[in-house]
Design a protein around this ligand. Structure first.
Ligand code: DGL
Length: 272
């Protein structure tokens, strides 16, 4: 099926998942929406996250996406179940893939999770990990300063280092051997996070496993794109197009040919 795959995030973070999907599924067209104008979602109420997420989903449904990837942990925690029930297309989130990746590499079944306040409060990671193993020990920490830092394009240097060190200090001496980056913005800070934590700690992003799950759903449901022409990628942002393009190019070596700045207000809403 030649329709695009839709990806949503509160801003730039989902690009870490989109990059991995483009690597693992180079024939697929990707339509991405990032809500940078209203980012961060982490400190928002569940109702706000739910409403904003449906606005992004509705936008993508106008392009008849064949599948939806909620490349935002905060939105996955709130909307995944509901989106699966209400949409006629497959919906993939990032929390279960993150939990699976961590369980694959942990030796002592002691896992730490960092994420936005919303994700940590939801307990979605402990639930996902305990669904895999009863013996797992999970410690969670909210890092509310990371997303605003990344959205400003600050992913290296003294300021970023200072914030990473201060935020992770409460868990630095923990016994965990695996840390889940439970927010899709955090892989952009991975070098700083790895440098601060003891070297034996595995630092896990969910992008790779999410792309694997997308790939498996596509092939099982015969939804994979068969056209011979190159895929088209389209990026929408509620922020300005230029910084989006620069961020994608500089930080992820992505060269988005089409970036469109959008607002949701003028659109005909499909009430959910
Ligand atoms: N990338 C989003 C996530 O994975 C960030 C949420 C936010 O905007 O706070 O949770």
């Amino acid at each position: 099926m030649d329709k695009p795959i839709g990806i949503i995030d509160s801003g730039y973070g989902g690009l870490t998942v989109a990059t991995e999907m483009m690597r693992q599924l180079p024939k697929e067209s990707i339509y991405y929406v990032g809500d940078s104008k209203r980012c961060p979602y982490g400190p928002r109420t569940v109702e706000e996250v739910r409403r904003f997420t449906w606005e992004m989903i509705n936008h993508l449904l106008e392009y008849e996406v064949k599948m939806l990837v909620i490349a935002c942990n905060t939105a996955t925690a709130v909307v995944l179940q509901e989106a699966r029930e209400k949409l006629a297309i497959p919906v993939v989130g990032v929390i279960q893939p993150g939990a699976i990746s961590a369980m694959k590499v942990t030796n002592n079944q002691h896992i730490a999770v960092i994420g936005t306040s919303g994700t940590i409060k939801s307990n979605a990671y402990p639930y996902a990990l305990e669904a895999i193993s009863e013996n797992v020990k999970v410690e969670s920490l909210a890092c509310p300063l990371f997303v605003p830092l990344v959205e400003q394009g600050i992913v290296a240097g003294e300021e970023a280092e200072g914030i990473v060190e201060e935020s992770l200090a409460p868990i630095k001496d923990g016994q965990f051997d695996t840390l889940i980056l439970g927010c899709t913005h955090y892989p952009l800070l991975k070098p700083l996070i790895e440098a601060y934590l003891p070297s034996h700690v595995n630092v896990i992003s969910s992008g790779e496993e999410t792309a694997r799950e997308v790939s498996s759903v596509l092939f099982h449901q015969s939804l994979n794109r068969k056209a011979a022409e190159a895929p088209t990628h389209q990026f929408f942002t509620t922020g300005a197009a230029k910084p989006f393009e620069e961020f994608a190019r500089k930080r992820l070596s992505l060269f988005p040919a089409k970036v469109e700045s959008i607002t949701f207000e003028h659109r005909l809403k499909i009430e959910r």
